[in-house]
Design a protein around this ligand. Structure first.
Ligand code: UDP
Length: 409
């Protein structure tokens, strides 16, 4: 059974048939995705699921990763932070590094592509190769641009306007651009190693492997060691919550090849934790999907205390597993969590501690939040919904951005 048909059991036949029908005009279309890392982080995660689904829907799909060196990724990390509204300096020298690496990667673009979709700012300059082919070009931005540093955004803008369309997660992130903009919220793959159901014994044995006691409550945050995920804030919230209720904290994460800051942040976290035996800082290799799945399933409360977040895939992963989530009230998390119904939104360390405690002391509430969360993900945040919107975006881009799509019988 193909990856799209597997969803019949979750979403019903009608939904899958609708998607197949929408995709029919794209049969055989060559779609090339380009991003900057094959592993680690949300973009790689989502492409790993989307690409097979697009293929199953009849398109010929390639996923290519641009090549960059440490200097380039230091520059693009500064750009990334500045676009998230965090002060970061981008000097003329840095722009030159960006230009050089862009020029070296232009050959990556497939001349026979019908659609080229470029993910995030790192490969945005590849659009300069667009006159080599006939493709429609889409820029898929995974960042919350609502507070972007205008000087840094101005550096990218000319390239962005060479695309046929830009795709953002939320309307809040839309920019004043001369090209059409589409809004598509990301989704997760219910059947991936990260999200598939696991036997309880496996969950228990993963917890025990890391020295976590499965009989005591577990508070978990999974994320790259990145300051914008506020791991130190999570440690403080946990320390506060623990004064009211016994629990353990697990901070699990790894790096991404396009994120040079991970090691430093991990070090800061390890120092902040000291020797506390109830805080487990796990630095995991990039392919630890099943381990992360087990940790999420073994957790009592899942926290994602981000300070900025385009869209938190980990939040959706936790919700799909029926877990109550406490999430920072920022970016896409504000759309993922319906406060008080599918989880809680928080604005501070104290607020995070309060909600952790509220959930730990009230298993009935935890259960209700988790059930609603799972239902919400089923309705809106599984990959077929994402594929459907991508199909519409590609069709609209093909029709000159006029938003035209049609059904064929
Ligand atoms: N992830 C992972 N290993 C890690 C940390 C994160 O596999 O050590 C996964 C996580 O499960 C999620 C994705 O990477 O699927 C992170 O996506 P999210 O949108 O939450 O954050 P991003 O890293 O893109 O900022």
């Amino acid at each position: 059974m193909g990856p799209l048909d597997r969803y019949r059991s979750v979403l019903g036949d009608e939904e899958i048939e609708t998607i197949r029908q929408l995709a029919r005009p794209l049969a055989g279309a060559v779609v090339q995705h380009v991003n900057s890392t094959a592993k680690g982080g949300g973009v790689a995660e989502i492409l790993g699921g989307l690409v097979p689904l697009m293929r199953d829907a009849g398109m010929e799909v390639d996923w290519d990763v641009m090549e960059g060196d440490a200097r380039f990724f230091a520059v693009t990390k500064a750009i990334h932070n500045a676009l998230h509204g965090v002060p970061a300096e981008v000097t003329g020298e840095m722009v030159q590094v960006f230009e050089e690496v862009t020029a070296k990667n232009l050959g990556l673009v497939r001349r026979d592509a019908d659609f080229v979709t470029i993910h995030d700012p790192q490969p945005v300059g590849l659009v300069r190769a667009r006159d080599r082919g006939r493709a429609r070009w889409l820029w898929r931005c995974h960042i919350d641009l609502s507070d972007a540093d205008p000087r840094v955004w101005a550096l990218l803008r000319d390239d962005v306007e060479r695309f046929d369309a830009a795709v953002f997660h939320l309307a809040d992130y839309a920019q004043a651009l001369s090209i059409p903009q589409f809004m598509i919220m990301p989704a997760i793959d219910a059947f991936s190693e990260k999200n598939v159901e696991l036997p309880p014994e496996e969950v228990r044995s993963v917890l025990e492997r890391f020295g976590i006691d499965p009989r005591r409550p577990v508070v978990l945050q999974v994320s790259r060691f990145d300051r914008l995920k506020d791991p130190l804030g999570v440690v403080r919230a946990y320390q506060l919550a623990r004064t009211w209720h016994d629990c353990q904290l697990v901070l699990a994460g790894g790096g991404a090849s396009d994120d040079p800051e991970g090691e430093r942040v991990l070090q800061e976290v390890v120092e902040a934790v000291g020797g506390d035996p109830d805080i487990h800082v796990l630095s995991l290799p990039p392919e630890s999907h099943r381990t992360i799945n087990a940790l999420q399933r073994g957790a009592t409360v899942i926290v994602q205390k981000s300070l900025r977040e385009g869209f938190g895939l980990v939040v959706t992963e936790a919700m799909w597993k029926g877990k109550p989530v406490v999430g920072g009230a920022v970016g896409g998390i504000r759309r993922q969590i319906i406060h008080g119904t599918t989880g809680f939104l928080v604005h501070s360390v104290e607020g995070t501690a309060f909600r952790i405690r509220q959930i730990l002391t009230n298993p009935g509430l935890a259960h209700r939040l988790g059930e609603s969360a799972q239902q919400y993900v089923r309705g809106s945040f599984l990959l077929p919904a994402y594929l459907k919107q991508w199909i519409l975006a590609l069709l609209a881009a093909r029709h000159g951005g006029r938003g035209v799509s049609y059904l064929e019988r």
